[in-house]
Ligand binder design. Structure first.
Ligand code: AMP
Length: 116
């Protein structure tokens, strides 16, 4: 396994506020939330970016999205709505090179595409 901060969280080497885990992925609260709810869904298999996920392993990405939707339903904000985001490489501002999906919710969200 690689050695990003997310791998360390998966291995429990550094703390995180983990809200969900199964055999395939871990979900934990973002340390710098950009919305009232900001949870990261991270697979337990190594892919640095979305570019690195082959079509034969598309389920890795699908599970992140469906796990996020399930979390939204369990937490009661699925009907109000939420956004899922995956940043890929420099122009999207990706900072952690283990593929992950952001779940943002809890308030009306601005339109996407604004610079950080
Ligand atoms: P990205 O820009 O898509 O690579 O997103 C990486 C996210 O990881 C950012 O939103 C960071 O705030 C978040 N992050 C970085 N370190 C941690 C950490 N130790 N625990 C939780 N979230 C983190």
């Amino acid at each position: 396994m690689s050695d990003t901060i997310f791998h360390k969280i998966i291995r429990r080497e550094i703390p995180a506020d983990i809200v969900y885990e199964d055999e395939h992925l871990v979900a934990f609260r973002d340390i710098a939330p950009q919305a009232p709810v900001h949870v990261l869904f991270v697979p337990k298999v190594d892919f640095a970016t979305l570019n690195d996920v082959p079509m034969t392993q598309a389920e890795v990405v699908g599970r992140l999205a469906v796990a996020a939707a399930d979390y939204a339903k369990r937490e009661g904000f699925a009907e109000d709505g939420y956004r899922i985001v995956m940043n890929c490489n420099a122009n999207a501002g990706q900072t952690v090179f283990q593929v992950h999906l952001h779940l943002l919710a809890g308030a009306p969200l601005g339109r996407f595409g604004t610079a950080r």
